[in-house]
Design a protein around this ligand. Structure first.
Ligand SMILES: O=C1C=c2cc(C(=O)O)[nH]c2=CC1=O
Length: 298
């Protein structure tokens, strides 16, 4: 893209959604559009995106027209970040620690290679399992949570690409995948060969790319496949409770050992000091009688 644009400074932006807060930090008029002051679910008229219109809004048309989308424009983009009062769990964005936890999962995917998989990096980053891996039907995390947080056009699967935040949300999601590939030096053999949902097995084509691209071909870093890399400051993993306890116990033992050693030194130096100040001849002392070759205490 840099070559096509003849702009070596061109870069794909990403939205680090792992801020843990209830603010959409990119929802400002100089970026993706602030909230309208007159309608809490609309984009401010100061933003170019307030004039954007949603296409492919009618799911019913998919069936009746026999086409995926006829490109007719309908309503404006809706967005009400953190505003889903009926679902408090999606009122806060993922935490940086969620990203760190997800990056630690070893297996790319686990049976049944579905939204119910546990200990699967794929399902964790997608956001259907807890970031650490266990599947929980109630949980929404990372990518899914970022979508649902937007609470509007960007939160509905068939509409979300209409909100320009979609691109930024997905470049960050892809950056996490890229970092996972780097950390785990993942081999394509960890990508399920069969039994994943249609389109998701290793040798299946990625719809809708043309010419066809197989999933296996994209299981390499962005630098190797597409010639770009991400500039992200990855969060360090917080210590687990076991690690905290271990560190605390070891630190306590070291402190006890130091205190004991110091106390021993003090006691020794004190007793040494007392000894040195003892009179050479005390009240009693030994006397040697040269004449009788005997010793006696006086
Ligand atoms: O656009 C999307 C909207 C989503 C909502 C969920 C959910 O977990 O309920 N997941 C989504 C993925 C999307 O891509």
């Amino acid at each position: 893209m840099q070559d096509m644009l003849r702009d070596p400074s061109f870069a794909l932006p990403f939205w680090d959604f792992s801020t843990g807060g209830s603010e959409c930090d990119i929802c400002t008029d100089d970026l993706m559009g602030a909230r309208s002051r007159f309608d809490s679910t609309a984009i401010s008229s100061n933003s170019i995106f307030s004039s954007w219109r949603v296409i492919c809004e009618s799911v019913e048309d998919y069936d009746t027209l026999g086409t995926i989308c006829n490109s007719t424009e309908s309503s404006p983009i809706r967005r009400n970040p953190a505003g889903n009062v009926a679902r408090p769990m999606v009122q806060r964005l993922p935490e940086a620690q969620d990203v760190a936890a997800c990056l630690e999962i070893d297996a790319f995917d686990t049976p049944p290679f579905y939204s119910t998989s546990s200990d699967s990096f794929r399902n964790s980053i997608e956001g259907y399992s807890a970031p650490e891996g266990p599947y929980d039907p109630v949980v929404r995390s990372l990518h899914n949570l970022a979508h649902l947080f937007l609470n509007g056009t960007g939160g509905q699967t068939h509409l979300s690409p209409n909100d320009p935040i979609f691109l930024l949300l997905h470049t960050f999601t892809d950056a996490i995948f890229d970092e996972w590939l780097r950390r785990h030096t993942a081999d394509v053999s960890s990508y399920p060969l069969e039994n994943a949902p249609i389109g998701h097995n290793r040798e299946f084509n990625m719809v809708p790319f043309w010419p066809p691209v197989r999933n296996a071909e994209m299981f390499v870093s962005a630098a190797d496949s597409l010639g770009y890399s991400y500039e992200v400051q990855w969060p360090a993993r917080a210590l687990t409770l076991t690690q905290i306890i271990t560190v605390t116990v070891v630190a306590a033992l070291i402190i006890v050992a130091i205190v004991f050693a110091a106390a021993t030194c003090v006691v020794r130096s004190r007793s040494f000091g007392t000894e040195t100040r003892q009179p050479l001849l005390g009240d009693q002392y030994q006397r040697y009688d040269e004449q009788h070759k005997t010793q006696s205490v006086v």
